[in-house]
Design a protein around this ligand. Structure first.
Ligand SMILES: NC(=O)c1ccc[n+]([C@@H]2O[C@H](COP(=O)([O-])OP(=O)(O)OC[C@H]3O[C@@H](n4cnc5c(N)ncnc54)[C@H](O)[C@@H]3O)[C@@H](O)[C@H]2O)c1
Ligand SMILES: O=C(O)C[C@H](O)C(=O)O
Length: 308
């Protein structure tokens, strides 16, 4: 499988590295706008191949999309990241233009491509790709839930004082500081609801720390995170490449599911060779339904700032 990653910055390079290390792709093409940057990252990564034992060929290009032709999957990470104190939504002014232009270039050279959208504000950028790419809806997947769920599991393991392999859980709704919905009611430790182990204070801690997971790292790093985002994308690319039919929460165009229409929001989905194989309808509590609807209202407002 040939995969293109647009944006050879922190997330793009990390994602290319994880994909290569897992050795399931024949080729990864990195694209960046900064002269020589993608070529340099590709060369540096290729020089880890003999050390890390992978055969994936990684190449780089400065904006030559003919090199991406025939990609089955493309990941859009191009755009600016937030700085401490900013919200993801504040990035829309710069990132919308970048994501639109990149999408047009990708589809021109790979009309059958499946696009994974990473650039922020991600739910709105995924919506923009739907409105501008002409691709069918099962081929556009926003990455947020996979990362947020990994952070949820990290916080659950911390609160439970348990190994992460013992815990399971999922985050849906918006990829934003306020609109994330960690499904505590469904989270388990080896099949036992975590609510049986955690008191109210610990439950609240896990939920709040999960929601601001990206902001916490941005404050510590001075820019946003890249290892877990890169790993989350690689899991999604592998689910497509290997037709795993894995259930992963992703930001998808909703047409009636979860009571929403004409919006991209995080919902559990089965991911396989066609991209989105199906959306999974999970029964939410009344409180979760309310929070999901509130998150949708907030994302809809941000989408209103888009110009097509
Ligand atoms: N959805 C998520 O969960 C998630 C997670 C982490 C980061 N992000 C977002 O991903 C984006 C990238 O973050 P980063 O930390 O990698 O930033 P970064 O600055 O390290 O890398 C971005 C790269 O995009 C390139 N770029 C800009 N315009 C381009 C264009 N038109 N064509 C090709 N390349 C272009 C830049 O030159 C840069 O190398 C940000 O918007 C960030 O908010 C999203
Ligand atoms: O927090 C950010 O701005 C980047 C990304 O969305 C993340 O969650 O790490």
């Amino acid at each position: 499988m040939k995969v293109t990653v647009v944006g050879a910055g922190a997330v793009g390079a990390s994602c290319a590295e994880y994909i290569a290390m897992k050795n399931f792709c024949s080729e990864v093409v990195l694209v960046d706008i900064k002269e020589g940057f993608a070529e340099g990252k590709a060369m540096d990564l290729m020089q880890t191949a003999s050390l890390n034992g992978f055969d994936t060929k990684i190449t780089g290009t400065t904006g030559d999309y003919s090199k991406t032709a025939g990609s089955q999957v493309a990941v859009i990470t191009s755009g600016i990241p937030r700085k401490p104190g900013m919200t993801r939504e504040e990035l829309i002014g710069i990132n919308a233009g970048i994501v639109k232009e990149v999408t047009e270039n990708l589809v021109k050279h790979s009309p059958e491509v499946i696009i994974i959208v990473v650039s922020n504000p991600m739910d709105t950028m995924a919506y923009l790709v739907h409105k501008t790419s002409g691709l069918p809806k099962h081929k556009i997947i926003g990455m947020g839930g996979a990362l947020d769920s990994a952070r949820f599991k990290y916080r659950l393991a911390e609160a439970l004082e348990a190994p992460i392999s013992d815990v399971d859980g999922m985050v849906i709704a918006a990829h934003s500081d306020t609109g994330m919905l960690p499904l505590l009611s469904k989270a388990t430790r080896n099949g036992v609801p975590v609510t049986e182990f955690l008191n109210d204070e610990k439950q609240k801690y896990v939920i709040e720390e999960t929601k601001v997971g990206g902001a916490t790292l941005t404050k510590l790093l001075g820019t946003s995170a890249w290892y877990a985002p890169g790993a989350a994308v690689s899991v999604m690319v592998q689910a497509i490449a290997c037709d795993q039919k894995k259930m992963i929460p992703c930001s998808l165009m909703l047409e009636g599911e979860y009571g929403q229409n004409d919006i991209c929001l995080g919902v559990p989905a089965i991911i396989g060779k066609n991209g989105v194989e199906s959306i999974v309808n999970v029964t939410l509590t009344a409180d979760e339904q309310l929070k999901f609807a509130e998150a949708a209202n907030a994302v809809r407002e941000v989408n209103g700032d888009l110009k097509f």
